[in-house]
Write a protein that binds this ligand. Structure first.
Ligand code: NAG
Ligand code: NAG
Ligand code: NAG
Length: 395
């Protein structure tokens, strides 16, 4: 009897510990093929409902679930994948998800493919084609256009992996990480033409613990942009350009902001981009801050503003004339950055007169303009500079 009780206890505690430790991966995986739910790989038939139905089955599965999208093209309208789900869900895409040529099809909701309140999510492989060109043309022509759609948005997702996705021609941003924790984005390629308006690559905001690794970003706006209330961001092996570079900001449009802390960008190449590494804040009062940032091991190839802090952002001089930025910028390090600037001024520090930049460090930075010395400019900045510096430090 004692033995039986002991065995039972062992079995019970084993089940309990696997549940507690999240060993549920060991359980068999249920697979949900979108074609079995009626999706048509012809690029013409609206497959939104079949995708949502397969999501509902996967999301309520008692086993970890995989949604499988076979090869082929699947036309999707706004598609909202909602959690919470019972177990880990993997979205495995072998095919291409396409949006309608008619940009009105995505309406005014602001998103195309949306994941909301899902924990333990993997989205892997495949292509997204949002067919953004019609929407960009509408905006360029100054007609009244819908607000447009971000291609893939993650809201309130904890423990997220996004890997191996290629996204082309988004209407607005390709990938948005909003209010998420513990995120890995790796090996993604995000492509839209230079000059396509507001086609950011990856936008991260209100999120903690985001790693972005091995990504190729060719866009019309920022390759990566980082918004307010974002902490512990690690980016490495990033290729950026064309595009507007890696940008912390714009920050400080609002008075109450939570700031950005602990950002690292390491091993990056910028080619022909408007900016390299940028921190950008509105010239408006704000409680926000940017602190503890490291930009290191970076090559610039013909970049207009390789290193820039711009605290005087005020588009069309509206909503901020005569004001200064309240964002406090401190502990920013630039280390081992080489290459060429496309403009004479390679290093620009235009900090706030009311909140000067503090603790800025430059070490081994060598940027040239047409194979000659470039220049640098400084306003309201305090820091230290060491090692090889060309242009010479202006602080
Ligand atoms: C920033 O990094 C420091 C050092 O690792 C850590 O102590 C701090 O908690 C981090 N900040 C946030 C908001 O996580
Ligand atoms: C920058 O140039 C120096 C000197 O040639 C070299 O040691 C360093 O590795 C280069 N850095 C990068 C990121 O290429
Ligand atoms: C900076 O790099 C250029 C081009 O590689 C090189 O000619 C120059 O000597 C370097 N400057 C310094 C100060 O090391």
């Amino acid at each position: 009897m004692a033995r039986v009780v002991e065995t039972l206890f062992l079995v019970m505690s084993c089940i309990l510990c696997s549940v507690l430790l999240g060993f549920s991966d060991a359980a068999p995986t249920s697979t949900y093929n979108v074609v079995k739910f009626g999706a048509k790989p012809d690029g013409k038939t609206d497959s939104t409902e079949p995708f949502i139905k397969s999501w509902q089955s996967a999301c309520t599965s008692l086993n970890p679930a995989t949604i499988f999208v076979p090869k082929g093209r699947y036309l999707l309208k706004n598609t909202n994948f909602r959690g919470p789900c019972k177990r880990k869900v993997t979205f495995l895409i072998a095919g291409t998800l396409v949006a309608s040529e008619d940009y009105h099809a995505l309406g005014n909701s602001g998103f195309w493919i949306l994941f909301n309140h899902v924990d333990n999510l993997v989205v892997s492989g495949g292509r997204l084609d949002a067919k953004g060109a019609g929407f960009w043309n509408c905006r360029r022509s100054g007609k009244s256009c819908p607000v447009g759609a971000r291609s893939m948005t993650f809201n309130w997702v904890n423990n997220l992996v996004v890997s191996g996705i290629t996204s082309i021609n988004s209407q607005l941003s390709h990938i948005v990480i909003n209010a998420c924790n513990n995120v890995l984005v790796k090996n993604v390629r995000l492509i839209a033409p230079d000059q396509s308006p507001n086609t950011d690559g990856i936008h991260v905001e209100r999120s903690t613990g985001v790693t972005i690794n091995g990504c190729t970003l060719q866009t019309g706006d920022d390759c990566i942009s980082i918004g307010d209330a974002t902490y512990n961001i690690f980016m490495s092996h990033i290729k950026c350009g064309p595009g507007h570079g890696v940008s912390i900001g714009s920050l400080g449009q609002k008075l109450d902001e939570k700031g950005v802390e602990n950002v690292t960008l390491t091993n990056a190449i910028f080619s022909g981009s408007d900016n390299g590494v940028r921190i950008k804040t509105w010239a408006r009062p704000s409680n926000g801050f940017v602190r503890n940032v490291l930009f290191q091991n970076i090559i610039m190839d013909n970049v207009e503003n390789p290193i820039i802090i711009d605290q005087n952002y005020c588009p069309n001089n509206q909503g901020c004339p005569g004001q200064t930025s309240g964002i406090k910028i401190s502990q920013i390090t630039y280390l081992n950055i080489n290459g060429s600037s496309a403009t004479p001024e390679a290093v620009t520090f235009d900090c706030s007169p009311s909140n000067p930049c503090q603790g800025i460090k430059l070490h081994d930075v060598n940027l040239t303009y047409k194979n000659k010395a470039a220049t640098s400019s400084c306003k309201n900045i305090d820091g230290t500079s060491t090692g090889t510096l060309a242009p010479e430090s202006c602080f």
